[in-house]
Design a protein around this ligand. Structure first.
Ligand code: CA
Length: 228
């Protein structure tokens, strides 16, 4: 069994047997687990205990899972905490993981505990990668502080330009097609045209000055940050 490296997971779920099943399996996978049985006490626990991850049921007494998700994701102090939603209602899924509520992923009931453990691991890995500082030639980014520097001088980017640069730097040397960039930077629900990607890449290059030349256009496909 792989270790969960002692990360703290909070389960907010009113069905005791579901909470128990999850607790058991997550502890076995090496996580520290606490639980809350309604939305209001879940909110308090997130604020007081600062978990590394939240599993949130959609239907909860006192405050719904969606409402709680919205509150957590719109508060700077808790917005970074990944949220995996549990739902029995397939029709809510688009709203759950879309821009509206901002959950990181969802699992529909009934679920397999193994599936949940795998999802958590993937989401935590993604979150760690997203916060890593990266350097490519004269460009460096610090995602935790939302800072970009070129030759040590700070460059101000919009949050979309920042995400775009981060993705290109994370996959340095590999071509990223426009659809994939759209998906990762704008979100999968996005109805934006792929030409928007071109516009933002152009602005990003301009802001980076000469260092921006490292972003290469791969004709008819997408973009690549050159290995330096
Ligand atoms: Ca429930």
């Amino acid at each position: 069994m792989e270790t969960g490296s002692g990360k703290k997971i909070l389960i907010i779920e009113d069905e005791a047997d579901v909470a128990e099943l999850l607790t058991l399996n997550l502890r076995k996978a090496g996580y520290r687990v606490s639980t809350a049985a309604d939305g209001a006490s879940g909110l308090h626990k997130v604020r007081d205990d600062r978990p590394d991850f939240v599993i949130l049921d959609l239907m909860l007494p006192k405050m719904s899972g969606l409402e709680l998700c919205r509150i957590l994701k719109s508060d700077a102090a808790t917005a970074q905490v990944p949220i995996l939603m549990l739902t029995a209602k397939a029709e809510e899924i688009d709203r759950i993981v879309g821009l509206e509520f901002g959950a990181d992923d969802y699992v529909t009931k009934p679920f397999s505990p193994r599936e949940i453990v795998l999802r958590i691991r993937a989401i935590l890995r993604r979150a760690e990668m997203a916060n890593e500082s990266l350097t490519a030639g004269p460009i460096s980014i610090d995602p935790a502080r939302h800072e970009v520097r070129v030759d040590g001088k700070q460059v101000h980017l919009t949050s979309l330009e920042f995400k775009l640069l981060r993705v290109l730097m994370q996959r340095r040397g590999r071509v990223q097609d426009r659809d994939r960039l759209l998906n990762e930077v704008w979100g999968y629900e996005s109805v934006i045209d792929t030409r928007t990607v071109d516009t933002h890449v152009r602005r990003l290059r301009e802001k980076l000055g000469r260092a921006g030349d490292a972003i290469e256009t791969v004709r008819g496909f997408g973009y690549r940050l050159r290995e330096s």
